[in-house]
Design a protein around this ligand. Sequence first.
Ligand code: LHQ
Length: 263
Amino acid sequence: MTYETIQLAIADGVATLTLNRPDKLNSFTVQMHADLADALKTIRRDETVRCLLLTGAGRGFCAGQDLSDRAVAPGDAVPDLGESLEARYNPLLRSLKALEMPVVCAVNGVAAGAGANIALACDIVLAARSASFIQAFCRIGLIPDSGGTWTLPRLIGPARASALMMLGDKVTAEQAEAWGMIWKCVDDEALAGEAQALAARLAAMPTRGLALIKRALAASSTNAFDAQLDLERDLQRLAGRTADYQEGVRAFMDKRQPVFQGR
Ligand code: LHQ
């Protein structure tokens, strides 16, 4: 499916979403937000989709907000950037987090500003060795958005997060892997293949169960241990009712490979 600013391809249980404004390093415009919202709606409604793979076209992953879309000329009214977050970025982040399937991000090049934090909000992040992550907001007087102030300290700890957010220094993919900011850094030419293979592997797994793992992990950031035990009980109850659980146990007992359906 082709949109003006993104591409959506659905095959073998995997939806691949490619940000597609390569000459502007896939930076976000109002149109791109609209295209992504529409594509995510299609993905949610398509019962064949069991994993989402997000990546970018060209040499960058995403340079955040398209600053030419937001340029302020002398005499212009003061822009309401909060409105931009409320209407576009926050719904996008909420929908990625709430998507009931694993979301893999293949960071093919620089991920800056909102682009970095959207990548880091995904469930499993792979990055090309030449890719980098930049909390670019402070360079232009803004604060990190797209969930970055929540996500980054949880991934790499407050000391590193605050320095990166206040200095806007570039983090290489290798450094990001070493710090636990991402799952894995891979050679540039291997990225697309590894990301597709990972997404295909996830799509063949018990994806209802994976969605429940995602819910448990999201809640663990704010829950006390006791509340998390209760949540695990409730989610395990749901997992135990899936056809995939039955199949998993049957296949184990029969000593054969399971065939999961995401139900
Ligand atoms: C761009 C951009 C870009 C437009 C590269 N916009 N054209 C939310 C709410 C509302 C408003 C504000 O923001 C937010 C959230 C945010 O995301 S704020 C942060 C916005 N992003 C940035 O500040 C990053 C700006 N970009 C850069 O610092 C560099 O481009 C990086 C470090 C990402 C890459 O550097 P290079 O590899 O040297 O590439 P380049 O700078 O030469 O960029 C290539 C082209 O892409 C160039 O266009 P041109 O026509 O000259 O070839 C850039 O102007 C364009 N581009 N980022 N955000």
